[in-house]
Design a protein around this ligand. Structure first.
Ligand code: GLA
Length: 712
């Protein structure tokens, strides 16, 4: 049994395959966090609640590890919940009431612990859902107003995690900016707070809601790592607070910045999930657990088992200059390469000739597509491939019919500027009519034979006014926007269940587990320079499965860095996730087209391993001249190895790359350049494969397959 309960002592033992998480109630009905880490053989091994005692200056609530702390009484740490009652009381005391165990979804057990305010009719449900096989716990909070007066919520987080005492706490996190998203950074946490957050209305390019904490000595394969990830696509925050007793509390959820929510009598508010886990086996194990959790539990169920198609996207080739003829030509070439999905990006609608106009006017531009999209779609389908389309539904250009009709559909404050970014404003999805408008045009669009949607969101929020709402509700927009978006996507998915949705936000501005519950893949960065991508893809791999990582092969020299890279190198980088092609095929030579066709054929053979297998970061981008990433199939029969050399110097001989995750006595056959080699899993892990790369930006892809046993 995964959740053990000691009723007399009011203790809960949440056990996953390898870990345990223990909560208890003390004599004052405070809910105390007791333990999180390795699973012990006996229940009596786990620590008990701290018994009330006098501390000279710090009161008891500050000494215990509160499982979910309200702001009230004598408390100064980051609270999980802060409210204002109608009578202006701003004090909240939560006490244990009871619990419930739910076993309903067969796969996972959920424990709900109910807390109530000592005076007012406010109930707080703490939810714990165990993902046993991956040693993860999903936590979220449901707050219910059972009284007859409104309550104003000022802060409501999803969970607070208490880490065991460590000598040092090293935080790993993901930071970036446009064209440079999601790169790994590490710092030692000192006393006080470190906050990761977004205040931009979207998950953001700047920080991604993932973290890992270790004692500074863990590596890819060894050492204790605590890690977590949030399922929210709007403003979020994760607060790391090392107190003066050197204990670390990690609190996270919806950002309280500029947030307030009116909870009317009878209403409830459910927070997004904050998922976290513990492993003694290093960062690699933590990442693989998150990858498989996403594949099995997060990604939309209707198509999560399907392999992602190789797509072609015309954006980098044509920008806004799209036409039926031009797209047909590119589609023909893409199909000849073995591409399975042709995507028409920006520029097909309204008066959209550049980024100054047209957003909001979701009708086909007849000058560019005189026969509507139908003729292009059927042309593409006749080539034997699917058709996909770009949209940016949450946006409007001032220069558009929609804005002229509904200037009040955007976020704005009266008497203040409406700041534009990329010449556009954000539509107010807190408004029902806006949500309806978006759903209706999307639904109509999808009645065409469209099999894929790239859902873009190219600017963060500003002047977040919702003027006609009640004063007490105006700051709800940050959450209502995300709820509106989720509602539209959920409804569209239900109606058009075969369509693949890709989340894009000027590159990787909206990548999180919330959006991934309703989209199948993400655009990671507008930066498609293959060398830069190595770093971005590496950061991405700490938190997200390679299956959802769209990666295109584009032109060289690259528009961003003017870097020249061979087509082979560009393909090898793009093959490490879900591959696409985004170059201008009209300019590719016959030799390049031949190689592209060959690489796409090769990718199709190995993509099951890349998209559903286990990923190992063998050599990271920051350690030297070589980068190596390996993928192993579930049955460990097939292995794909990518190696990249930055620059050879002094005629150096490069060390062999040692593999991981293989079966020791399996024999693996592979071809290295023209040589056929057979080695055991053990030898490949101990000795490795030779790296005969040369010059600058060389790369290679090695595919290993299990061979029947030799007789010797
Ligand atoms: C964003 C996306 C790009 C492309 C453009 C179109 O920048 O990230 O891939 O779709 O918008 O305007």
């Amino acid at each position: 049994m995964s959740i053990k309960i000691l009723n007399d002592e009011k203790k809960w033992f949440l056990e996953t395959k390898n870990t345990a998480y223990v909560i208890g109630v003390d004599e004052d009905k405070n809910l105390q966090h007791l333990y999180w880490g390795e699973k012990f053989p006996y229940i009596s091994d786990y620590p008990g609640v701290l018994v009330k005692q006098e501390f000279p200056f710090d009161n008891f609530e500050q000494i215990i590890k509160e499982e979910f702390s309200p702001w009230g009484g004598i408390r100064y740490k980051e609270p999980g919940l802060k409210v204002i009652y109608e009578d202006q009381v701003r004090d909240l005391i939560l006490k244990y009431k009871n619990y419930k165990l739910i076993d309903s979804d067969n796969k996972c057990k959920t424990l709900i612990i109910y807390l109530i305010d000592s005076t007012y009719d406010l109930e707080v449900e703490l939810n714990y859902r165990l993902i046993e096989e991956y040693d993860l716990i999903e936590r979220w909070v449901n707050i219910k107003n059972k009284g007859n007066q409104s309550v104003q919520i000022e802060q409501i987080l999803s969970a607070q995690w208490h880490l065991p005492d460590m000598q040092n706490y090293r935080l790993s996190y993901l930071y970036g900016r446009w064209a440079s998203e999601i790169k790994l950074s590490r710092i030692e946490l000192g006393y006080g707070k470190k906050i990761l957050e977004s205040r931009r209305g979207i998950t953001s390019h700047q920080f991604n809601p993932w973290f890992a904490v270790d004692n500074g000595q863990s590596d890819e394969d060894f050492g204790k790592v605590y890690y977590g990830i949030l399922a929210w696509s709007g403003n979020w925050k994760i607060v790391f607070e090392k107190d003066s007793y050197s204990r670390l509390q990690v609190s996270g959820g919806i950002n309280d910045f500029d947030f307030s929510w009116q909870l009317k009598p009878g209403e409830c508010f459910i927070t997004p999930k904050f998922v976290a886990g513990y492993t003694p086996n290093g960062f690699g194990d933590a990442s693989r657990k998150l990858h498989h959790y996403q594949l099995d539990y997060i990604l939309p169920r209707n198509i999560n088992h399907k392999i992602r198609p190789v797509l072609y996207n015309s954006w980098e080739a044509t920008q806004f200059n799209v036409s039926e003829e031009g797209q047909k030509k590119l589609a023909g070439k893409a199909a000849s390469l073995g591409v399975e999905l042709f995507v028409l990006d920006d520029g097909w609608f309204g008066e959209r000739n550049d980024d100054t106009a047209g957003l909001g006017d979701w009708y086909v531009n007849k000058e560019k597509f005189p026969n509507d999209l139908a003729s292009l779609i059927s042309y593409v389908n006749k080539l034997g491939i699917d058709f996909g389309l770009w949209v940016e539904p949450e946006m409007v250009n001032k220069n558009s019919k929609l804005y002229n009709l509904h200037p009040d559909w955007v976020y704005y404050f009266p008497n203040r500027p409406r700041s534009e970014s990329r010449n556009q404003l954000v539509l107010n999805l807190a408004k029902k009519e806006v949500v309806e408008y978006i759903y209706n045009f999307m639904n109509k669009l999808l009645n065409n034979n469209i099999k894929y949607i790239k859902w873009d969101m190219n600017r963060p929020f500003s002047e977040p006014g919702w003027t006609e709402a009640l004063k007490s509700q105006q700051q709800e927009i940050w959450v209502r926007h995300v709820q509106g978006l989720y509602h539209i996507l959920d409804k569209l998915r239900k109606k058009h269940s075969e369509v693949i949705f890709e989340s894009c936000s000027g590159g990787g501005g909206r990548v999180d587990l919330g959006i991934l519950q309703r989209t199948d893949q993400v655009w990671v960065s507008d930066n498609t320079d293959a060398f830069d991508r190595l770093k971005i893809q590496e950061g991405f791999s700490y938190a997200y499965t390679p299956k959802i990582m769209m990666s295109w092969v584009t032109d060289s020299p690259h528009w961003l860095n003017h870097r020249k890279l061979s087509l082979e190198y560009r393909f090898n980088v793009a093959m490490m996730g879900s591959m696409g092609v985004g170059g201008n095929l009209n300019n590719w030579s016959k030799t390049e087209m031949r190689l592209a066709k060959e690489k796409i054929r090769q990718y199709k053979k190995i993509r099951e391993i890349i998209q559903h297998g286990d990923q190992y970061r063998l050599l990271p981008t920051w350690e030297g001249n070589l980068v190596a990433v390996e993928y192993v199939s579930k049955d460990k029969n097939k292995v794909v190895l990518f190696i990249f050399l930055h620059s050879q110097q002094f005629g150096e001989k490069l060390p062999p790359v040692k593999l991981k995750g293989l079966i020791s006595d399996f024999l693996y056959k592979f071809q290295d350049r023209n040589k056929k080699i057979i080695l055991s899993g053990k030898a490949l892990e101990e000795i490795g494969v030779k790296v005969n790369l040369k010059g600058d930006f060389d790369s290679k892809l090695i595919i290993l397959e299990k061979q029947n046993k030799r007789n010797n």
